[in-house]
Design a binder for this molecule. Structure first.
Ligand code: PHE
Length: 493
């Protein structure tokens, strides 16, 4: 226990009460008083009240004014001294930097006036130096009754404000002149020796904040992913097995009716594997043939793309560019035993894109597909409205778009309440018959699907504007550890 605490106790013993700790201990910084007083109060030895006051202090310039008079008074006295009047050109020479300031104010006060190129007296008697007087008052009392004058002095940079903390301290129920060391733990020794019977224990401080336990933390992306999963489960979806980053061009593109010369398949957009370069042919040879026919010559009432389809291109291995590669494979499986189904996935995809503040070469897609008989575009729109309402987005707009595998296709925009603007939130469409019928799904079974990025809503929720703060080596672990979980349908702040 500090000497200061003992000093406080003995002062209390003499005077019964310390009304103003600053007056009682003028040289002790208030933080030290506070530390001593709170620790004494924790032992109920004292009680205290904190008082905060504004304190005005003089700047160096103001101290100079208190000692030597205001600039305007110095100028006035110079003018009085020079019987012939003070040449305006000489003001700076005689009074230095203070001269110009003094001249302005002395004019304003009417203390001096111009006579040709000279300054002469404007008043007969020596005026009162109010600036110096007011500053003297502030120096003594820490404040000035006239608030307007005080504000003016502050504007003139003659005074600055600080906070003054002082304590009113009184004796507490456990007041004593010495400080007992209270036990904080009941030890085996105390139990064995019986010392516990007389020991005094420090009371629990239930207001103290505990230290944060060191523990793992879910990444914000995983927190938001979990929210999406719950939304999907609540709507009767099952999760697709997406645990594979590599897929063949067949599943990533051909099966989805993306022609082999489509720009998305260029090296600039897609990462191709070097080793191994190609995959095996799909086991379902009929399907393999159907896809080829749909592309090459046309099938299922479609003209096709009419180009020579190459098996080699289809077998090339890629880092999947969208999770729709998995959705296609799942629908192909569904075609063995067609019935209404709802599938979703949330996983990583890769695109050979220029990296900037909002794009990386890999990101996560949230994707859903719904298969049912005779679904219409209206069903898709209605479904989107229900789905995004669960995320807290209640107003949607759709814009016609193009995907090789869906027709019609729509970009989805949502009104974001928190940001107060329309934001693009996803891409959607009705899968094409060229894709579905090649799998063997019945003609009247329609499938609609949609996809969005997981990063976008996560960045919006956590207020992150640069994706590198969310993913990669620049991420602050502190940011990951201290972030709360989010509810998608509620604003974070
Ligand atoms: N695969 C699309 C994308 O990459 C999303 C999508 C999924 C669109 C399903 C329509 C249907 O953005």
């Amino acid at each position: 226990m500090s000497d200061l605490a003992l000093t406080i106790l003995s002062a209390l013993d003499k005077t019964g009460q310390i009304v103003d700790s600053r007056k009682a201990f003028p040289d002790v910084p208030s933080e030290q008083i506070q530390a001593a007083v709170t620790s004494l109060a924790a032992k109920s030895m004292v009680t205290y009240k904190t008082e905060e006051k504004d304190l005005w202090v003089l700047t160096a310039e103001a101290e100079d004014i208190v000692a030597n008079g205001s600039h305007e008074m110095r100028l006035f006295e110079e003018v009085v001294k020079s019987l012939e009047g003070l040449k305006i050109a000489d003001v700076g020479k005689v009074l230095g930097a203070s001269g110009k300031l003094g001249q302005q104010r002395a004019f304003k006060n009417g203390w001096v006036k111009k006579d040709g190129d000279k300054l002469v007296k404007g008043v007969e008697a020596k005026p009162e130096d109010t600036t110096a007087e007011e500053l003297k008052t502030i120096k003594e009392t820490g404040t000035l009754a006239d608030a307007k004058e005080l504000a003016d002095l502050k504007k003139r940079k003659l005074v600055t404000k600080t906070k003054l903390i002082s304590f009113e301290i009184a004796k507490g129920p456990e007041f004593a002149l010495t400080i007992k060391k209270l036990e904080t733990d009941l030890t085996i020794d105390m139990v064995q020796s019986g010392a516990w019977k007389t020991a005094e224990f420090k009371p629990y401080n239930f207001a103290a904040e505990g230290t944060n336990p060191l523990a793992g933390a879910l990444h914000p992306l995983n927190k938001v992913r979990e929210e999406f999963r719950q939304i999907f489960f609540s709507m009767g979806f099952t999760e697709m097995p997406t645990a594979q980053y590599v897929d063949s061009g067949f599943w990533n593109f051909d099966a989805l009716f993306v022609p082999q010369q489509h720009p998305a398949r260029d090296l600039q957009d897609t990462f191709y594997l070097k080793d191994p370069v190609v995959a095996d042919e799909p086991e379902d040879k009929t399907y393999w043939k159907n896809v080829r026919a749909a592309h090459e010559g046309g099938a299922y009432d479609s003209l096709g793309y009419r180009y020579p389809w190459k098996a080699e291109e289809s077998k090339r291995l890629v880092l999947r560019t969208h999770t729709t590669a998995i959705s296609g494979a799942m629908l192909h499986k569904l075609a063995q035993d067609p019935k209404p189904a709802r599938y979703f996935s949330i996983d990583r995809v890769f695109r050979n894109e220029a990296v900037d503040a909002t794009h990386l070469a890999e990101f996560h897609q949230v994707e859903g597909v719904v298969a049912d008989y005779n679904l219409t575009l209206g069903d898709l729109i209605g479904f989107m409205e229900r789905f995004f309402a669960k995320m807290g987005v209640h107003e949607l707009r759709f814009k016609a778009a193009y995907n090789p595998y869906t027709e019609p296709s729509m970009e989805i925009f949502g009104w974001h309440q928190g940001l107060g603007k329309w934001v693009e939130i996803g891409n959607s469409g009705m899968f094409r018959p060229e894709m579905l019928e090649a799998m063997g799904l019945p003609k009247d079974m329609r499938v609609h699907g949609w996809g969005l990025s997981l990063e976008r809503p996560t960045m919006i929720k956590y207020g992150v504007s640069n994706i590198r703060e969310l993913l990669g080596h620049k991420v602050s672990l502190d940011f990951i550890e201290s972030n709360p979980a989010v509810r998608l349908d509620e604003d974070l702040v």
